[in-house]
Design a protein around this ligand. Structure first.
Ligand SMILES: [Zn+2]
Length: 584
C-alpha cells in the first residue's frame, strides 16, 4: 500500500520535529515535571506540525518511562497505544461540526482510560465547530475529569470563542523557514537514496511556503516524476500544481465564495507570482472553463493532461454560464485598470471581491472608485504631513515611493485627460483572452504584467480641485487636518507592513475625524463597519496605529449626518461618466 511521504516520515518523538522548539520545550518540561494541563490550543498555519506534536504529546503523557520528554516506544503502554487505542481520540471538527459529537464526547470522556493514565482528545480544525458544539465542549472543559486532556488544533484561532480560549494553554506554531525545510527534505531523499540537484530541492522547499506537509506532498509528485530530481522537472511539476491552484481559485470565484477566493489570491501571490501573471492565469482558466462548458470537442481543443481536463470539466459543469461571463468581464476590466493604479494588487483584490461578493452586500463599483481616489490622493501627497515638515519629508517621500512604486512624483500632475479618453494608451487586448483559449500553454506571452502607468491621474482628485462640489469629502465636512494626516500615515504603514489587502481596500471607505482624543473612522457601509470590528482586522489596525503612537481609535457607522446616497451617486456619475454606477 502506498503511504505518503508525510505519513511515512512523520516524527515519532519531539527530537525529530522540524522546528517549533518553543512549543516542544514547554511540553517536554511539563511532562518531565509531571505537570501537564487539561486543555491546550495549538494554533498556526497548516502543515507546521500541530497534529504531529499533539500525537507525540498524547503518547508521552501516557508513557511509563518517557525518554527526554518523548514516548519511549517500548513500554507496555507505548506498545498498546501504537496498536491503536481508545485512549487517544482524534476528532476532525471539519467533518464533525455537529453538536451531537460534542455531547457524545462529553459523555464518553467520563470513562477512565484503558491502558494509560490519560485519555487525550485531539480536536483538529476546532474553529469549524458550531456555536452549540462549542457550548457542549465548553461544559466539558469547565469540569474536565482528572484523566482527560484536550488538545484543540486550529489554523484560525480568532474564530475560537473567548470562553474556550481562556481555559486553554495556547501554543502558537510558526511557519518553517526554507532552510529547515530544505534540510529536512535532503535527509529524507538521502535516506531513500534518491539523487537530486541542489536547485531542485531549494525549489521544492520554496514551494512548500513554510509548511512541511505541503513541501513533502510537492516532493512526492516530483519524486514520481523523474529518477533524479532536477530543477527543470520540479518546475514542470509545479506548473501542474499551479494549474490546480488557479482552478481552485476560479471555482471559489464562480461559487461566490469570497473568503476562499481572497485566501487563494493571498496564497498564490505569497508564493511569489506577480499580480499581473495571476490575473492572466485566471482569465485563461476562465476561458478554459467556458470552453469545457460549451464545446463538445473541448478536450481536444484544450489539449490538457487527462487529470487536468477532468478537474476542469468538473468545475465547468457546476458553474453558471453567466457567472463565467461576468467574472471574465470584471477581470478584463481590471486588467485595463491595473495599468493606471499604483497598487495592482488592490485592483486585483477588488475585482475578486466584486466577482465573489454577494450582490446586495455593498457596491464595489463605488468602493473601487473611492479606492482609486484615495490612492491618487496618497500619490499626490495629500496626506503628507504638512504640520510636521521638520521630521516628515524624507520618510514621507520614501513612503510614497514604496507605496506608489510607479510614476515619479509630479507625473500625476500631467495630462489628467489621458486616462479615460477615446484612445486609451494601451488598446484593447482581447488577444490575451483569445490566445489563451487555444494555446497549448497559458504562458504569459505579453510583456511584463505590471507596466508603469502612463502619466495620468485619476480624475476625481483633479476635478475636485477645480470644481469642488458640496458632497466631496474634501470640501464639505473638512475634518481637522490632523486626522487626515494620521490616517494617511496609517494607510501607508498598513500597506508596507501588512499583507491584509482586504483591510487596506476597506480603509478607502473610511473618513477620519478626531473626536476628543479618539481618532474616529467613519464609514457609511454597515458591512465594512462589521468587518472592521472582526478580531483579525482589529488586531492589525491596533498594531499599526500603535506604531504611530495612536492608541485610541474607533470605527463607527456614519449616521444621520452622512451625505445622502443620491448625492454621492451624482458625484460619482459626474466624475466617472464612463462607468455604470449603481448605488444600492
Ligand atoms: Zn513508553
Amino acid at each position: 500500500m502506498h503511504t505518503s511521504l508525510y505519513r511515512r516520515y512523520r516524527p515519532q518523538t519531539f527530537g525529530e520535529m522540524v522546528r517549533q522548539e518553543h512549543v516542544v520545550k514547554v511540553l517536554k518540561n511539563q511532562i518531565e515535571q509531571n505537570a501537564v494541563g487539561h486543555a491546550y490550543l495549538f494554533s498556526g498555519p497548516r502543515g507546521t506540525g500541530k497534529t504531529t506534536i499533539a500525537r507525540i504529546f498524547a503518547r508521552a503523557v501516557n508513557c511509563e518511562h518517557p525518554v527526554n520528554g518523548s514516548p519511549c516506544g517500548e513500554c507496555a503502554v507505548c506498545r498498546a497505544l501504537a496498536e491503536g487505542s481508545l485512549d487517544i481520540l482524534e476528532i476532525d471538527a471539519a467533518s464533525n461540526n455537529g453538536v451531537n459529537e460534542m455531547r457524545d464526547l462529553r459523555e464518553k470522556v467520563q470513562y477512565p482510560p484503558v491502558s494509560g493514565k490519560y485519555k487525550v482528545y485531539i480536536v483538529d480544525e476546532v474553529h469549524m465547530l458550531t456555536d452549540s458544539a462549542f457550548n457542549a465542549l465548553l461544559k466539558t472543559l469547565e469540569e474536565p475529569p482528572a484523566h482527560a486532556i484536550f488538545i484543540l488544533a486550529t489554523t484560525e484561532p480568532h474564530k475560537i470563542p473567548a470562553t474556550i480560549l481562556s481555559r486553554c494553554m495556547r501554543l502558537d506554531f510558526k511557519l518553517i523557514p526554507e532552510e529547515d525545510l530544505e534540510a529536512h527534505l535532503k535527509r529524507i531523499l538521502d535516506g531513500m537514496g534518491k539523487a537530486y540537484e541542489e536547485e531542485a530541492v531549494a525549489a521544492i522547499a520554496r514551494a512548500g511556503a513554510g509548511s512541511d506537509r505541503d513541501m513533502l506532498s510537492i516532493a512526492e509528485m516530483c519524486i514520481a516524476y523523474e529518477d533524479k530530481l532536477t530543477y527543470r522537472g520540479v518546475s514542470e511539476v509545479l506548473g501542474a500544481a499551479d494549474f490546480s491552484e488557479t482552478l481552485a481559485l476560479t471555482e471559489a470565484l464562480l461559487s461566490a465564495d469570497m473568503p476562499s477566493a481572497l485566501e487563494g489570491v493571498e496564497r498564490i501571490l505569497s508564493s511569489g507570482k506577480a499580480v499581473g501573471v495571476l490575473l492572466r492565469d485566471l482569465m485563461a482558466q476562465l476561458n478554459r472553463v467556458a470552453v469545457a462548458k460549451t464545446c463538445r470537442t473541448a478536450e481536444k481543443l484544450l489539449s490538457l493532461p487527462k487529470e487536468q481536463f477532468a478537474s476542469l470539466k468538473a468545475v465547468a459543469d457546476k458553474a453558471d454560464g453567466r457567472a463565467v461571463l461576468r467574472a471574465s468581464e470584471v477581470l478584463a476590466k481590471a486588467e485595463t485598470e491595473m495599468r493606471f493604479v499604483s497598487s495592482p494588487r488592490v485592483c486585483l483584490e477588488t475585482a475578486v471581491m466584486r466577482i465573489a461578493l454577494p450582490q446586495d452586500d455593498m457596491s464595489t463599483d463605488a468602493l473601487l472608485v473611492r479606492l482609486n481616489a484615495l490612492e491618487e490622493k496618497l500619490k499626490e501627497g495629500a496626506f503628507a504631513a504638512p504640520a510636521a515638515p521638520a521630521v516628515q519629508p524624507p520618510e514621507a517621500a520614501r513612503d510614497k515611493e514604496a507605496f506608489a512604486a510607479a510614476p515619479p512624483a509630479g507625473a500625476s500632475q500631467a495630462g489628467a485627460a489621458g486616462v479615460f479618453d477615446d484612445e486609451p494608451p494601451f488598446p484593447e487586448e482581447e488577444p490575451v483572452f483569445e490566445e489563451a483559449y487555444f494555446a497549448d500553454e497559458p504562458a504569459p506571452k505579453k510583456a511584463a504584467p505590471v507596466q508603469p502607468p502612463k502619466p495620468a491621474a485619476a480624475p476625481p482628485a483633479e476635478r475636485k480641485a477645480t470644481e469642488p462640489t458640496a458632497a466631496s469629502p474634501a470640501g464639505a465636512a473638512a475634518p481637522p487636518a490632523g486626522a487626515e494626516v494620521a490616517f494617511g500615515k496609517f494607510v501607508r504603514t498598513l500597506r508596507k507592513t501588512s499583507r491584509n489587502g482586504v483591510l487596506f481596500t476597506m480603509c478607502s471607505d473610511l473618513a477620519p475625524v478626531f473626536e476628543g482624543g479618539t481618532l474616529v473612522l467613519y464609514t457609511e457601509s454597515g458591512t465594512i463597519a462589521r468587518s472592521l470590528a472582526r478580531p483579525e482586522h482589529r488586531a492589525v489596525m491596533t498594531e499599526v496605529f500603535a506604531q504611530l503612537g495612536i492608541t485610541d481609535f474607533d470605527v463607527r457607522l456614519k449616521g444621520a449626518d452622512a451625505p445622502k446616497k443620491a448625492d454621492i451617486a451624482e458625484e460619482l456619475k459626474r466624475d466617472f461618466p464612463d462607468y455604470p454606477i449603481e448605488i444600492k
